[in-house]
Design a protein around this ligand. Structure first.
Ligand code: ZN
Length: 328
């Protein structure tokens, strides 16, 4: 083993021993691209993901999330426990990530928004595809209450995506989709239909031994919905995944996942009420015995450089104080 990983492993064992004092790291990914994409600078490609999985395996004990939840409950986590999770249900999770996970013999949990399976596309990807496919030097959306975005070079296109997403993120989901669809129609752009998984790819992940988790139907910001609508999103997503996999769906991930902003304590209670056994947020940090099982934090070591990735993975073990919305 390389000396850096060996040192980090030793550090990890001190900070995160087995048993009641163990600390659980839950990693969060969205996509694993076949090849790097200039419009998706924060998504890993296959080669980097492969290197990250090798480092993760060298430093941590990767266990299934469901087992980790039981370990937190019973005070029996292994030392340096870590879990791998994916959000949203991208087709590359099946096509690119699964073979790499299998090569390293690693388990992961996939949180799938069921409304986009079988040919759908999420709002953020609509924005990316509009910018990618617009064959022009600028995109004038002032008629739609948005700005004028330069598309001249990759850097400008990246910025255009970031601005579009942040300008629209907290508008109601339907409105966001309507705006994107009308821009696409104006520019005669059609969206790809193979970005998200098919139902059979979800089933294939499940049959390969992976865990499938709930992530609502349409990926709304739960805090922006009436309680009945939020509950329906969570319940129907769960039911659909159970129909696809033929198995109980035990874990939930809040869309966007920031405590107090994207979800509230009532959503944590709903998750419990609907029969989930645990839920994950996107607050950074590590869980310990006694952590709220319906608000487990997750983080991404975002460094593309592999030794920095490893260092950040180890450094995160010290971050035990993380955001929640009160006890579920
Ligand atoms: Zn998501």
């Amino acid at each position: 083993m390389n000396p850096v990983n060996l040192a980090l492993r030793t550090f990890g064992s001190l900070v995160s021993p087995s048993g009641r004092n163990g600390r659980l790291s839950i990693l969060i990914y969205h996509r694993v691209l076949k090849k790097a994409d200039p419009l998706l600078p924060f998504e890993v490609d296959a080669e980097r993901f492969d290197a990250q999985m090798a480092a993760l395996k060298a430093i941590c004990n990767v266990i299934p999330l469901h087992e980790a939840v039981q370990g937190l409950e019973s005070g029996k986590l292994p030392s340096r426990a870590a879990c791998i999770t994916f959000d949203d249900g991208y087709a590359d999770n099946h096509d690119v990530a699964l073979p790499i996970l299998e090569k390293h013999n690693l388990h992961a949990t996939f949180f799938v928004a069921t409304g986009y399976l079988d040919g759908g596309i999420m709002f953020n990807d609509k924005a990316i595809e509009i910018v990618r496919r617009a064959e022009r030097n600028d995109l004038d959306l002032s008629g739609k209450g948005l700005g004028v975005y330069s598309l001249e070079r990759s850097e400008a296109r990246r910025k255009a995506v970031a601005h579009l997403l942040s300008d629209l993120k907290y508008k109601p989901l339907e409105e966001r989709n309507e705006i994107m669809d009308s821009i696409a129609a104006d520019l005669e752009i059609s969206f790809p239909e193979d970005i998200m998984m098919t139902s059979s790819q979800v089933k294939a992940l499940h049959d390969a031994g992976m865990e499938i988790g709930g992530h609502t139907v349409h990926h709304p910001i739960l805090s922006r919905l009436e309680n009945a609508a939020a509950r329906k999103e969570m319940m129907e997503g769960k039911a659909r995944l159970e129909e696809i996999t033929g198995n109980r769906v035990r874990i939930f991930a809040y869309p966007n996942g920031i405590p107090g902003r994207d979800y509230l304590v009532e959503h944590a209670r709903m998750a419990k009420d609907l029969g989930f056994e645990a839920a994950v947020s996107t607050a950074k940090g590590v869980s310990r015995s006694g952590s709220d099982l319906f608000q487990l934090p997750r983080f991404t070591p975002w460094d593309m450089d592999i030794s920095r990735f490893s260092m950040r993975l180890a450094a995160n073990l010290l971050q035990t104080d993380f955001a929640t919305v009160g006890r579920s």
